[in-house]
Write a protein that binds this ligand. Sequence first.
Ligand code: C5P
Length: 227
Amino acid sequence: MDLILALDVDNRADAQRLAAQTADSVDLVKVGLELFTREGPQLVRALRQDGHRIMLDLKLHDIPNTVAQAVRSCCGLGVELLTLHAGGGPAMIEAAVRAEEAEGNGVKLLPVTVLTSMNAEQLQAIGVARSPESQVQLLARMALQAGAPGLVCSPMEVETLRQQHGTQPHLVTPGVRPAGSATDDQQRIATPAAAKIWGASAIVVGRPIRMAEDPAAAARNIKDACR
Ligand code: C5P
């Protein structure tokens, strides 16, 4: 199981420093909206040049043609994983998959099912009466049928998704917290060891590493818990 570090900082120097500090135990670094909207594609290229493998977490969600063009741009950046919102629907995901295949760089497109910060109450507020688990299952089935090679979901949903879809899908799970650490704004969480037992392909961890007094040691401890 890979450890992906969320580089949720707001500048290039901090991002490169944190990535370098933790490189021994971290498998991929995740560039998300906060960093990408400040530092852009140049930072992604710089991290690649530093030797890092990259998950680009842009959670694309737009009409199919726009998402397809954005996927083409992202494929040129040398990233390994790219996220989009499953809520964009099958036509959007199919267009994204076709765009990725046309580029041929082997980027794994990962539709995000239900954000790990959402609970039943928040789903209801956007008109979804199903439980988070059942909504994840519905979106997962749709996204995999539309050709996505994997998904982003909470660790708590991985076991069921493995039963329903087997070992093939690349299941990446944020919402991971070592035992005893703060949950922050995450709602559907589990420990790294539980995520592994349930069958996650990779876990995404941000604050428990970034905010630690010694980020390198925190990353090492989490990686050890994943073995
Ligand atoms: O600090 P923390 O470990 O909560 O960071 C989790 C990271 O994973 C954040 O960058 C967040 O944007 C991302 N993420 C998430 N839930 C999803 C998809 C991505 O928390 N469903």
